[in-house]
Design a protein around this ligand. Sequence first.
Ligand code: ADP
Ligand code: ADP
Length: 231
Amino acid sequence: STILETRHVCYRYADGTEALNDLNISIKKGSATAILGGNGAGKSTLLLTLNGILKPVSGQILRNGKPLDYSAKGLLELRKNVGMVFQSPDHQLFSASVYEDISFGPMNLGLPEKEVHERVRRIMEKTGVAPLKDKPTHWLSFGQKKRVAIAGVLVMQPEVLVLDEPTAGLDPVGTSEMMKLVKSLAEELGLTLVIATHDLDTVALYCDAGIVMSEGKAIFQGGIREMFADK
Ligand code: ADP
Ligand code: ADP
């Protein structure tokens, strides 16, 4: 079934740039869907519209068949379910310690402290950052920061994990560790992955569907094999 779908979506920045131009895509539940395309193709803009940070000027986005609800309550629900990991972890980490950083989201949801603690403990284990729990986030390596950023999103128990260039800035070993971690988390937690990337090896090894964007449109969408055959 389809978990996210855009219908005739247009997005225009304040300066008039048409970043998304009649974009029609659909993302299957449980898939690992790669979003490809050159610089300026609209990938980041698409990711930001999928979790409601940006609102299309026209067209519609559906999650589980229902149009997105842009009320304050609807956006809270959307961002909990469509979790976004930005390219630079420094945009996402702000607290004193790893533990505090990861607990920020569930604390804000108003969950009981005991449940927050249990969720944070579990996700720290799964993402391999438990030994870092008392470290200030600015002490961490780039790869460790990325893991903490992912943990901070997954602790909200989303259905979809959106990753913007998850392997940018990582060496080949770091890339493979990161993608294996993301894939095993997705399998274990039943996540749908949406991954914007330039790294074709990552796409070939870890994704099962692809969308190629150009000038704010999808110029290809389908299976990964078909996509590579198309090129
Ligand atoms: P990608 O992620 O594929 O590189 P983007 O979604 O970042 O593409 O950008 C799509 C288009 O929108 C580009 O032409 C880009 O220059 C433009 N754009 C991106 N962000 C802004 C912004 N804040 N203001 C104006 N134009 C922007
Ligand atoms: P574990 O659950 O891994 O056995 P603890 O229950 O001792 O370990 O807690 C792990 C860490 O989490 C502690 O070192 C502490 O820093 C932090 N911690 C536990 N509960 C809270 C809380 N309510 N608020 C903030 N930090 C907490």
